[in-house]
Design a protein around this ligand. Structure first.
Ligand code: UDP
Length: 337
């Protein structure tokens, strides 16, 4: 895809959390576009072998001295921040580490950027900032009442970013991912969470034989088939949105907040059907109680991102998302077994 960033000169970028799921796909995407990149990751949840190039630094975003050294050695055009803890349930049990990593460490990064005069920032936000939806699809005007420490930590950072823009002219784009899914179409990298909690990779682990069975959390939701509906957005489409956000920041020098999804909702039962048809394997499923904190329906209205970022998802079907994720599962885990 020819986009505005790639038509212009190469950028010098710092990618925090570039060894994680979305970060590693972004690194691959930026390398293909010949941007110059430095990756900072503490490898607490990421994988060194998922970083396919660039200048890798093993370290923690909470380490101010390290950040100051990195900023003194490089002149970055922008920073893209993917590093955070993402498990809602864990955030309820251990709010201390969520606020430390997602909030305090992010502020540490922003302060180091300020000191170094780096003025452009892209932040991985989440649909969890909205809490229980009061209407659907969810646009940017939807009330923000996050219902767990994970969502609150992300919403607090969004608010801090607004203040830093007013006070220091630090311009940011917050990208609120709905359900990130899929994998690199080449099958080189993909989703590897430990433990895995996300629906699609769990179902694929059952299909590949790494896991015996999967659970459906609740069948009594007010949806056509009783299971929850989510908006699954391909990880490469999220990467494209970051590329578009870099162009937006550079060209407009304005901050923005955008919801990112396809606008199509798929139920858990539909996802299971798609995984069974793509993999050709019937899956063993247990139907269990609802998981606390799961809203019935989460679907994005991404009209603003389409308009302002001139972004549109290329992989809007669930089948392609599952096919790419299955390619990764097969190449990495079936071969190794
Ligand atoms: N889900 C499920 N079984 C699982 C994992 C998830 O039924 O093993 C459901 C979950 O309740 C939600 C949907 O699948 O309705 C997507 O969950 P996921 O954890 O993938 O993403 P989330 O929506 O929590 O960000």
């Amino acid at each position: 895809m020819q986009d505005k960033v790639e038509q212009k000169s190469s950028m010098n970028l710092l990618i925090i959390g570039g060894a994680g799921y979305i970060g590693s796909h972004m690194v691959k995407r930026l390398l293909a576009a010949e941007h110059s990149i430095t990756i900072l990751d503490n490898l607490s949840t990421g994988y060194r072998d998922a970083v396919l190039g660039g200048n890798f630094i093993h370290g923690d975003v909470g380490n101010r001295t390290l950040l100051d050294n990195i900023f003194s050695e490089h002149k970055f055009d922008a920073v893209i921040h993917f590093a955070s803890y993402i498990q809602v349930g864990e955030s309820v049990k251990k709010p201390d580490i969520y606020y430390q990593n997602n909030l305090t460490n992010t502020q540490n990064l922003l302060n180091a950027m300020n000191a170094a005069g780096v003025k452009q920032f892209i932040f991985s936000s989440t649909a969890a900032i909205f809490g229980e939806p009061s209407y659907t699809p969810i646009d940017e005007a939807h009330p923000k009442f996050p219902i767990n420490p994970y969502g609150r930590s992300k919403w607090m950072v969004e608010q801090i970013l607004e203040d830093y823009d007013h006070a220091y002219g630090l311009k940011s784009v917050c990208l609120r991912y709905f359900n990130a899914a899929g994998a690199d179409p080449d099958g080189q990298i993909g989703e590897r969470h430990e433990p895995e909690t996300h629906l699609i990779p769990i179902l694929l682990q059952v299909a590949s034989g790494r896991r015996e069975r999967a659970s459906v959390f609740g069948t009594d939701y007010p949806t056509p088939d009783g299971t929850c509906i989510r908006d699954y957005i391909h990880v490469m489409d999220l990467c494209d949105a970051h590329i578009a956000a870099l162009g937006y920041l550079r060209d407009s020098n304005r901050s923005g907040r955008f919801n990112l999804g396809n606008g199509n909702g798929f139920s858990v039962a539909q996802v299971i059907g798609t995984v069974e048809s793509v993999t050709g394997k019937p899956l063993l499923i247990d139907y269990v109680e609802r998981r606390p904190g799961d809203p019935a329906i989460l679907v994005a209205d991404a009209t603003l991102a389409r308009k302002m970022l001139r972004w549109s998802p290329q992989y809007d079907g669930l089948e392609t998302i599952v096919r790419h994720a299955w390619k990764f599962e097969q190449s990495h885990f079936i071969r190794a077994a």
